[in-house]
Design a protein around this ligand. Structure first.
Ligand SMILES: [Zn+2]
Ligand SMILES: [Zn+2]
Length: 367
């Protein structure tokens, strides 16, 4: 296997952007640099102390990854931008429902990271709220879903010929989220029973998304589907068929997909955007917050029936998803050193989160 990085690490109390490329960093292309100079360094300051008491005994993990610094920084910036958004949602939620606010605040405030000291393999938040409006949980959910989906699409398309299209079905605005969602679900159930649908759509999967219009004080709910289309189906016929089942809604869109990976990410991405959430008046905001747990926001069928979201997943941010079974005490698959857990706070985790780019590097360069 070829690798283009040697060490990654959490530098306690430092932000990623403070890291300068280190002269001793060599990018080893066959196997890992086995130098152990980073081991047994003391914790360089007390910043871990705020996370968990057990951290007194944890050795500092020295992580640097200048190779990915450029990519990382832009992602880092996005995280930094997202952080105040979550903070805003927390502040607002604490005002209307103290208990929910606390849960959201604690979600992803600390992480447990599985590492050998040199390689970082998994990271889990110590607590995840799993709320659909939580930016952190929505991102994790979308990542997990799009990661799992790619292989399933490829598999289904080996035996089913057709073109991948993005189909969007929209409904007239609804005063409440519950009504809007159940109406859309009912309409889609009828829609997929139609002869034209059955003849043309071999498989579909996708998610419900909603936006909020502050002027009219109502929700716009729509369904984004990735479909495998056999026979051509033009937009105006789809529109007629959709009006047929909804009675009053006819705005639809179908387009061929050029970049499947990107489209999958799009449909998996957001249930609601944070911006929209912040625009809602308190009663609508509460409606979103109190939405029934387990409300299904993702559907699939036909030859894509097995594209599903695993609702019981542990919510780990698997840096290398192929090592999802590893735990403390196992040998590191790269260097055979024993794996152990460290705890880091949110800020320190930002540096790690970016390392999600690595599976591609591993995949593309394995020999
Ligand atoms: Zn959350
Ligand atoms: Zn290792």
């Amino acid at each position: 296997m070829l690798f283009y990085f040697t060490k990654m690490g959490i530098v306690a109390g430092q932000q990623n952007s403070n890291l300068e490329p280190q002269p001793e960093q060599t990018f080893v292309k066959n196997g890992f640099n086995s130098s152990e100079h980073h081991k047994e360094k003391p914790l360089n300051n007390g910043s871990f102390a705020a996370v968990a008491p057990s951290l007194d005994t944890v050795q500092q993990v020295d992580i640097r990854h200048s190779e990915f610094r450029r990519a990382s920084q832009s992602k880092s910036e996005r995280w930094t931008l997202r952080t105040p958004t979550k903070r805003d949602i927390v502040a607002r939620l604490e005002r209307v429902s103290a208990e929910d606010g606390l849960r959201l605040k604690q979600c992803c405030s600390a992480f447990r990271v599985l590492t050998c000291g040199e390689h970082t393999l998994r990271s889990y938040p110590t607590f995840r709220c799993k709320k659909l409006f939580c930016p952190d949980c929505a991102a994790e959910r979308a990542n997990r879903l799009s990661r799992q989906t790619e292989a399933k699409i490829t598999e289904a398309m080996q035996t089913n010929k057709g073109r991948l299209c993005l189909l969007t079905l929209t409904m007239k605005n609804a005063a409440t989220l519950d009504d809007g969602l159940s109406n859309l679900k009912k309409a889609f159930t009828q829609f997929k029973r139609k002869k034209a649908f059955k003849e043309r759509i071999k498989g579909y999967f996708g998610g419900f998304e909603y936006t909020f219009n502050p002027k009219t004080n109502d929700f716009h709910i729509h369904l984004h589907l990735i479909v495998l289309r056999g026979k051509f189906w033009n937009q105006s016929d789809i529109s007629d068929a959709w009006r047929d089942v909804t009675g009053d809604s006819f705005i639809v869109d179908i387009r061929e997909i050029k970049d499947a990976g990107k489209s999958v990410k799009e449909v998996c991405k957001y249930v609601v955007k944070s911006n929209d959430l912040m625009k809602m008046p308190d009663e609508k905001f509460l409606e979103v917050v109190k939405m029934k747990k387990g409300t299904r926001m993702f559907i699939s069928g036909g030859c894509f029936y097995n594209v599903k979201l695993d609702e019981d997943a542990d919510g780990a941010d698997d840096i290398f998803s192929q090592f999802a079974d590893l735990t403390e005490g196992d040998p590191c698959p790269f260097c055979k050193q024993e794996l152990f857990d460290v705890f880091v706070d949110r800020q320190q985790h930002i540096g790690l989160h970016e390392l999600n780019v690595m599976p591609n590097v591993v995949k593309n360069n394995s020999s």
